[in-house]
Write a protein that binds this ligand. Structure first.
Ligand code: HPA
Length: 408
């Protein structure tokens, strides 16, 4: 949205508002991705005049276009500036009710609402009820920013693995901060953007970073996975950093997870069941999809060593003690980490095919002398990222072909 903000600010500086002194700039992103702007124009018959939004709409029509993908309005007062009732209606001629409208004050602060939220109402936020307009849902915002884009795979990148996002030939990148319910990543190494685009021809929604249970919000993984589902994804691949427990799993190894042990003492599905997503008692006997696993194995056959293992989910944030690692080994854990499990549960619940790949960034506590640290996690994950990127590229290409063959 920064380009829209910049464009609207510049337009506002050119506004002609000698009677009210209230200057407004509007920037519209069109379906072609072009940005048009408008500024308000007053005359001696004030308050009759031309709104900035109308000016921008006129510029769009003059440019031969008819579709608005995103709108931003910035005023010069202390309150966020919202389009007037007439302009809301005018915007509706060229956009769906899902259109995201950023309404900003003179400093560029404010809120985002959908046109649908704004339409039944007229004039500023005070007229919209004490709490202002209902916030747009994350899915609505994503759809408004990437109109017509339908991701097939949700891809979640863990600590230090953000560079895998460079694989994505981007359509749009949306900061988590713009998406209600998504985490503000509090942990170094987590990028905090949703990148939409394609990998090897496969449409993906790539989440750069996750919230962990140890950050205190048990439902955050559920919201992230459900966002992927709401956007239309049918498969979900997560990556993560882990400690190696099994003897042959050393630093730098890439491990495909075959199953998990939930030792986190909680489950994101606790609480009232949301029947819109899935059943009260989801089946976990095939939570790690064998079809996706086969595609990962096939991609790895091109010269990438891919091991297999069972993930022991540890809530953290402290790493395990050596005695706890011995317990996890006895229970059947091959690797240990502080994520994945809630995502696997959320995916199984909402019917997403799920797969997970982990990078071993250290031998688990007590198995080697080294002191465990998050810095080391980031360093080792970064070193393994190119191999993981090749694996994901090969996987995505195979999944795209499978889909195309299925659709043909
Ligand atoms: N334990 C838990 N989580 C981890 C580890 C570990 O050893 N390494 C990276 N994430």
């Amino acid at each position: 949205m920064n380009d829209l903000l910049e464009a609207a600010r510049e337009a506002r500086a050119r506004a002609y508002a000698p009677y009210s002194g209230f200057r407004v700039g509007c920037a519209l992103r069109l379906h072609s991705s072009a940005v048009v702007v408008g500024a308000n124009v007053e005359n001696a018959a004030y308050p009759i005049g031309q709104c900035a939004e109308r000016g921008a709409i006129a510029a769009m029509i003059a440019a031969g276009e008819r579709g608005i993908a995103e709108a931003l309005v910035i005023g010069s007062g202390p309150e966020p500036c919202t389009p007037c009732g007439g302009c809301r209606q005018a915007l509706r001629e060229f956009a769906s009710p899902a259109l995201l409208v950023h309404c900003l004050d003179r400093e560029g602060n404010g809120f985002a609402a959908t046109l649908g939220d704004l339409l039944p109402h007229a004039f500023g936020p005070k007229d919209l009820g004490a709490d202002g307009p209902a916030p747009a849902s994350a899915a609505e915002i994503v759809r408004a920013r990437a109109p017509g884009f339908a991701p097939f795979l949700g891809l979640l990148l863990g600590s230090g693995l953000g560079e895998v996002a460079d694989l994505v030939e981007g359509v749009a990148a949306i900061p988590y901060a713009d998406l209600p319910g998504l985490p503000r990543p509090g942990v170094a190494g987590h990028g905090g953007r949703l990148v939409l685009g394609t990998i090897a021809g496969l449409p993906v929604a790539c989440f750069e970073g996750r919230a962990h249970l140890y950050e205190g919000d048990d439902k955050a993984p559920l919201r992230l996975v459900r966002l992927a589902r709401s956007l239309g994804c049918t498969a979900f691949l997560v990556t993560s950093a882990v400690g190696g427990i099994r003897g042959d799993l050393g630093t730098g190894d890439i491990v495909r997870l075959t199953d998990h042990l939930n030792l986190m003492g909680t489950n994101p599905l606790i609480g009232p069941n949301d029947d819109r997503y899935g059943p009260r008692f989801p089946d976990m006997s095939a939570a790690y999809d064998t079809g996706l696993a086969a595609l990962l194995d096939a991609a790895a056959a091109e010269g990438i060593e891919l091991k297999q293992g069972v993930y022991a989910g540890w809530r953290g944030p402290a790493f395990e003690t050596p005695a706890e690692i011995r317990m996890l080994r006895t229970l059947g854990g091959d690797v240990v980490g502080m994520s994945v499990v809630p995502e696997a549960l959320a995916a199984a619940h909402c019917g997403l095919r799920f797969a997970a790949v982990s990078i071993v960034v250290n031998r688990a506590a007590g198995l080697e002398k080294a002191v465990l640290s998050h810095e080391e996690t980031l360093k080792q994950a970064g070193a393994a990222a190119p191999g993981l990127a090749r694996l994901i590229q090969g996987f995505a290409g195979r999944l795209a072909r499978e889909e195309n063959d299925g659709a043909a």
